[in-house]
Design a protein around this ligand. Structure first.
Ligand code: NDP
Length: 368
């Protein structure tokens, strides 16, 4: 991830929208999103966020449940022709209202729907994890390149004011030279029948879900790419929830500067924490990456000062994310969290699993 470029693009986005929220050069119309998968996130979190957007609007829904899809379409004033099933999804190519397809499906379906969307001539926002393997991520990037369409990953924390302020503070040297980072994310999984606990749909356990936040945070907070990873896993295989995927996994990333990140994810307890320790102080967030209610402190020895970050240019992190891709489509710029960024994470995810399996450090910098 190119932090300097990201900062530039974020300030460009802020300038375009302006403090008043009014675009300087108003686009013809907000770009239309089709939401694929009307579940907890697509329906419960993303669709209501279009009310907070300036450059994006809901234009279509794609679902395996026709009654739900028709109800949602009616609630949002969508015409019948903008309701799709998974079977007729490809005909979305003929819908001029849809510019961007947002894939909010179980992880193992991300690659298929991203590639189908690109072939239908649509830009793509794909939820995290980008896919369930490096090979899938590469195929998604290639499909979008071939179709000359944008691909962005739903890494909402890059638009979240606490995380942005922590990144800014870390880069400004407020905590000195960053020596150590801790990132921990988890929640208590309930039902053993959840798709997140099925390898075929999730691709893995807590690492594929909450672990992506821990991994991402270690990278965007340090602004460095890891050169080596050492991991170990702990899962009670007698627990009916964990017959197919891991519960807890812990990994250490080594960075070129000498900084080390201790990262962790789990499905058997709730946690949401980021700690940066520099040689002049610390920056701590807890909760760190929630939808709202995040908190941040700075200090030398502990949580001495609570920090309230400045409001971002967007009303919410979700609106910032949705509008960012719409603005990239309009301007031709690359999204700050493109498919390549998802691919970088997936390369590390594969190395984490390999390290845990083989009980050794895996180099990520090509050295033996
Ligand atoms: P849900 O299970 O709540 O919803 C997934 C939806 O996908 C279902 O409602 C269904 O929609 C559709 N679907 C199609 N095939 C299947 C299948 N075989 N099994 C289950 N669902 C299927 O999951 P979430 O909404 O929580 O997660 C979806 C994606 O979003 C995941 O990749 C997850 O990692 C990501 N996510 C990201 C978050 C973030 O903060 N960025 C937060 C939460 C999730 P329908 O009935 O319409 O067909």
């Amino acid at each position: 991830m190119d932090i300097a470029r990201r900062d530039l693009l974020l300030s460009a986005a802020a300038l375009t929208v302006g403090a008043s929220g009014i675009a300087r050069a108003a686009p013809d119309r907000p770009l239309g999103y089709a939401i694929v998968g009307l579940g907890t996130y697509g329906l419960g979190v993303i669709i209501p966020q279009f009310a907070n957007c300036t450059h994006s609007r809901l234009a279509a829904v794609v679902s395996g449940d026709p009654a739900k899809a028709q109800r949602v379409a009616a609630e949002h004033g969508l015409p019948a022709r903008s309701v799709y099933s998974y079977a007729n999804f490809d005909s979305i190519r003929d819908n001029p209202d849809v510019d961007i397809v947002y894939v909010c499906l179980p992880n193992s379906m991300h690659a298929e729907y991203t590639i189908r969307a690109a072939k239908a001539g649509k830009h793509v926002m794909c939820e995290k994890p980008m896919a369930v393997s490096v090979a899938e991520c590469e195929a998604m990037i290639a499909a979008c390149k071939r179709a000359n369409r944008k691909l962005m990953i739903g890494y909402r924390c890059h638009f979240e004011p606490f995380n942005l302020e922590a990144m800014r503070l870390a880069r400004s040297g407020a905590a000195g030279k960053i020596r150590y980072v801790r990132t921990e994310h988890g929640f208590t999984q309930g039902s053993p029948s959840a798709w997140r606990l099925k390898r075929a749909l999730a691709g893995g356990g807590s690492l594929m879900d909450m672990g992506v936040y821990s991994l991402q945070a270690a990278r965007y907070m340090t602004g460095e790419e890891p050169i080596a990873v050492t991991a170990r896993e702990s899962t009670d295989r007698r627990d009916p929830r964990f017959t197919e995927v891991e519960d807890m996994i812990e990994w250490t990333l080594e960075f070129p500067s000498g900084a080390i990140a201790g990262c962790q994810s789990m499905y058997s307890a709730n946690q949401n924490h980021i700690l940066l320790m520099g040689d002049k102080g610390r920056i701590e967030l807890e909760p760190a990456t929630r939808y709202d209610g995040n908190h941040m402190w700075t200090g030398r020895d502990g949580r001495e000062r609570e920090v309230t970050p400045p409001a971002g240019p967007a009303k919410t992190q979700f609106a910032g994310q949705l509008d960012h891709l719409a603005q990239c489509v309009r301007s031709g710029a690359e999204p700050i969290v493109s498919g390549e960024e998802g691919l970088r994470d997936m390369r590390i995810v594969e190395a984490i699993y390999r390290s845990a399996r083989e009980g050794r450090t895996i180099r990520l910098d090509g050295r033996a």
